[in-house]
Every structure is written in structure tokens, then in C-alpha cells.
Write a protein that binds this ligand. Sequence first.
Ligand code: BG6
Length: 478
Amino acid sequence: IPVDPFDLVIFGGTGDLARRKILPGLFRRFCSGQMPEEARITGAARSEMDDDAYRALVGEAIREFGGPRACDHGTLEAFLERVGYEQVDAMGEGGWSALKARMRPGCVRAFYFSVAPSLFGALAERLKGFGLADDDSRVVVEKPFGKDLASARALNLTLAQHFDETQIYRIDHYLGKETVQNLMAVRFGNVLFEPLWNAQFVDHIQITVAETVDVSGRGGYYDQSGAMRDMVQNHLMQLLCLIAMEPPARFEPDAVRDEKLKVIRALDPVDHHHIVRGQYAPDDNQPGYRAHVEDPRSRTESFVAMRCHISNWRWAGTPFYLRTGKMLRARTSEIAVVFKDAPHSIFGADAGRHRNVLAIRLQPNEGMTLDVTIKEPGPGGMRLVDVPLDMSFAEALGPEAEEVPDAYERLIMDVIRGNQTLFMRGDEVEAAWAWTDPIIEGWQTRGDVPKPYDAHSSGPEDALMLMHRDGRKWREIR
Ligand code: BG6
């Protein structure tokens, strides 16, 4: 179903994110017929360029990142007709009137801030000052949304001077991932899981986001950030919220976001004994983390693992183990809900320990498995074995699953539709920083040095110990 006609302005329209994600995503929506005829996209940036030069840049980006339809010359040309460019001075007066002249009455206006957060205030002020934005316009802001509570609060205040909270779309692209939304469908669309979804039946929950990439090429940003700010404060905490929250009354923006906020506010402070930081070490074949950043003695973590607790009735006593890192064995993101043992084994001690595990794979090969215990086939008596009930979404849903839009495509269309459910509210972001700040400050005051780990491993030994100490173990990264 096509969305309403829109004027989308991408500030930072020549940047990496615009070229890799935003523009190719818009192109794929165009191919799917969701972008209406009257949609217009304007790149805005500092560089001097005309419409044609920008179209050439966008065309190149789409051929590289836009998927198979990008080879279809006619389709790409038709998309590029909807694209234009305006040179704009974010801190001055230049270009704003010309940009305004491109806005059409009756179209939804959305302004994507794909720029450094230090420019958010100036852009917001000019959008209002030059009369580009009205009460129905939307602004989309990218991460990082601050680097701590104070800076996030300052950004929220700056945006609030010019826009209402209902107009602000803070992106966390993890919320746009198909399986992340499926998590809510699985929890609240089935009668099977919810009665067991609590401390009485769940032993623990593991959330892993493992990556194989290193930080080369973006060491400048990453070294100021580290895994805690780059991944935990946003993506992993959002996953934690969706897995742990109470059922919202409706699938509506504030109903969902209220419940997520309650989870963050119920998180206990984390004891530093329950956190492990790591940094990938060099080996014979490749440089280590420190060679990818400017500071040869950097203490920034490229890996973090932790145990945390949510102090509420549902989860009291159930640990949540989170881990994420770069340069690990495999690219895999997974949430595993590990259920408790059956209260009594009628099969005796020889039957061993068997547990149900619900694993939700976010990427790659999105799907779910549920480990169930059955009798080992054959005449050997009552021997038990765990087998996975395996559901790969691609197999189960066939070609439709392959058409699944990527996170950015979906989120941009949600902006046009005016649906904020999958965007973070200002208070959520602040609460997340309020929880992570003391952890980061603790590392700084103690002068904590991250543990080295081997490239292509599962992270530092201490991360394994974090679980072993509790008589549990991480699922394999593969
Ligand atoms: C980004 C982080 O937000 O998410 C990156 O800045 C990380 O460091 C990326 O690699 C992971 O996203 P995805 O969609 O590839 O899992």
C-alpha cells in the first residue's frame, strides 16, 4: 500500500549512511510500489553540486547497495527523477530559501538528520526559522543520541524547543528488523509462551549480538564510544526491553514505549564483577584493535558481556546475560530464553538434565527454534534427548520472507505514515543512559583495562567464566 505523497530531505545526503542505507532503502520501497508517484527526495549537504551530479552519486550508491532491481536501468532512472539536491549551510543562511522552494503544499514533510548530533540544534532552528517545518513535519534523528545522560538530555531539550515529541523519530535500526518485531508477535500473539514468561519458569535469558567486522575505517568514532555506547545502551537494551516488558494494552506507540521504559527503570545497577570488557588482540594474520584507532594504548572495549537483573515481580531472581563484540567467530544475533528444569524427573538421574530453550535468531537466517526433550529413538530404554523444533522464517514463509524490507526501509516508511511505535521516545533514551553512565564512569575511575581476546573467538575467557560461575553456559556463537 503506497504511503502518502512526501517531501523527504536528507541532511548529510552525501554521507555514508545515506549512500549505504537510506537511499538504497528508499529505492527498494520505490520498486515495491510503496513510494507514491509524487514522492520527492532532496539531499542536502555542504558540498556544491547540482541535481544531476547528486543523481549520479545516488545512482552509483544504489547500484552498489540497492539489490538486484538496481540493474534495471529504467526503474533506477524513474527513481532518480524523484531525487534532487540543495547545497545548505547548516550553521548559516545559505541554501535555506532554495530548499524551502522545493517543499510542496499537501505533502508530508520529513527531515532526516543524518549528521553529527552537534548540528541537530542548528538544523532544527533553521527548519523552523525559514518556515520549512510545520506542526505536522517530522524529524528523524540518528544515533548516537548523546554519549551520556547529560548530552542526551541536552539534545532532547534542543529538539523540544522546536518540535513536539510526536514529531521526533529517534532511530534505533534494531527496532526495524523483522525478527525483532516478530518477537512481539511471538510473545503476544500466542497463548503458549506468555504464561511461562516469568521467573517461575525461566532460568535465564541470553542476548548475543556477535559481529565479525573490526572497527577499521571508523576507529575515530568507535574509540570514543566502545561497545557499551555503540551497541549495549541502544540495540541490546531495546532487545532486552521487548523480551522483558509487560504486555502493552495495544500495539500503539506510547503503550509500547511506556512498557519498555518501565523495564529500563527496573534494571538494577550492575556490579562491576558482573561485567567483562574485552578488546581484540593482534595475531600473526591481522592487526588488533589498537592498530585500528589512533591511540596505541586505547582502553576502549570492543566486547562487553554482563549479567543484569530486572527488579520487578515478573523477573525477580532471573538473570539476563548480554554480550556483544566485534571480530568474533561468527555474525550472529540471538535471544535465548532458557527455561527451568522440570520440577521432578520421573526418569531418574541417568536421564540427565534437559531444558527447553526458545532461541530467536535475529540474523542471519531469521527464525526460531524450540528445544524439546523427547525419547531417544530405539530399543535402548528410556533415554532422553533434546531436539530442536526448527522454524526458519524463509522456509516457512517462502518467497514472501525474501521480500522483507530491511530495517531502514521499514522505519522511513513508518516516519511517513506517522507511526512512532518503533522509535525511541526521549525519556527512554535518557533512562537507558542513566543506567549505562555509572558503568562507564566506574571503568574510568577504576582505570579498567579491557581483557584481550583472540580474533574469531567467542570473546575473552572471563566472559565464559561470568556464566560458569553461575553454573550456566553461553550458547555457541556460530
Ligand atoms: C550500528 C553500530 O549501530 O550497528 C555498528 O554503530 C554495528 O558498530 C551495527 O556494526 C550493527 O548493525 P547490524 O544491523 O549489522 O547488526
